[in-house]
Design a protein around this ligand. Structure first.
Ligand code: AVJ
Length: 330
């Protein structure tokens, strides 16, 4: 069943990728819908085109952006216990495959993993990480799925026998959902994991406003470029004429809602053409581009319970900046 030593398995990515691409028409209608209302918003999932994904990788290296290095340290310290809980012959499903560094930590320790299923909306990121992992782990079957993971999806069937599914969702991307959305999404992950499966989740925690706002508005302006790239992308892909220089990046801790918000603030009264449409901005009006919720452990556990899940283990760093949590069916 295994590929002979020294022979990589066939490039499955090439077979699995086409057909599952999210439609470009959807991008247009989401953007129009978001910019038509009285409170302008854009879905944060569209921040990740090729340049956006590269800028996000740079964000992860910033001094101010504590989540990536903190989560990595937690994973490195506790990976033995994590993979023990996932158990042998685990089918590892990863939401938002992004960079594969965290995945490798798990794959290096999992016993006889049945297969690896990365799911990502970005074809480029998905293809790159699938190929990199397939060549780093020649014995491992890699079955990439190009999809918007907020929609229902079918997990491909691997060749090997699966004892249990493990869902890996690092990075605290769960924070991009509102709590009710997060609850629904936890329920969906629970169904993918199944009654015997487990979920390994990165969850960012409450902390001082100054630390949070610096993490989302770094001195080098990388996060600002990441946020503004959304307008550049809309210009390129939807033929709009945003004057990106007339929008300013804003990151603000909303204490009442327990979230960091990213906005693009129109610095002047202006109007933008988007295909047939004209979108007017007052001076100071904002486009809300992202929420990043931060949780208290008790609040998150309650949310998980409402999704039929129980938090079995929480690992954190010494400063309790970030957590990695293991959940199974309640
Ligand atoms: C990838 C969603 C976890 O919310 O911290 C980083 C995205 N936005 N800087 C986050 C992000 C601005 C990031 N997630």
């Amino acid at each position: 069943m295994n590929a002979p030593i020294g022979l990589a398995p066939p490039p499955r990515a090439a077979r699995t990728l086409p057909g599952l691409a999210p439609a470009a028409a959807r991008f247009r209608s989401d953007v129009l819908a978001g910019l038509s209302g009285p409170r302008k918003t854009l879905p944060c999932k569209y921040l990740y085109d090729e340049l956006g994904s590269a800028l996000f990788e740079r964000i992860c290296e910033l001094d101010e952006y504590y989540p990536t290095r903190t989560e990595l340290a937690i994973l490195e310290t506790h990976v033995g216990e994590m993979t023990e809980r996932l158990g042998p012959r685990c089918l590892l499903v990863e939401y938002g495959s992004g960079s594969s560094r965290k995945t490798r930590l798990l794959l290096d320790r999992l016993r006889e993993p049945a297969a690896y299923v990365p799911i990502d909306i970005s074809r480029e990121a998905l293809a790159a990480s699938a190929h990199a992992l397939a060549s780093a782990y020649p014995q491992l079957e890699v079955l990439p799925v190009c999809a918007d993971y907020t929609e229902p999806l079918e997990v491909p069937r691997p060749r090997r026998r699966v004892l249990r599914r493990g869902v890996f969702f690092p990075g605290s991307t769960i924070g991009n959902f509102t709590p009710p959305e997060a609850q629904r999404f936890l329920g969906r992950m629970a169904r993918v994991a199944g009654p015997a499966g487990g979920i390994l989740l990165g969850v960012d925690l409450h902390k001082e406003r100054a630390v949070l706002e610096a993490a989302y508005d770094d001195a080098q302006g990388v996060t600002a470029a990441f946020n503004k790239n959304l307008l550049t992308r809309i210009n390129h892909e939807l033929g709009a004429d945003f004057d990106v220089a007339r929008f300013r990046h804003l990151a603000r801790w909303n204490a009442g809602a327990g979230r960091i918000e990213m906005h693009l603030v129109s610095e002047a009264e202006q109007s933008v053409r988007l295909g047939e449409c004209r979108i007017r901005f007052a001076a100071g009006e904002t486009i809300h581009t992202e929420n990043s919720y931060k949780y208290e452990l008790g609040h998150f556990a309650a949310l998980a319970a409402q999704a039929g899940l129980a938090v079995r283990r929480v690992w954190t760093d010494a400063d309790a900046l970030f957590s990695v949590q293991f959940l199974t069916a309640a």
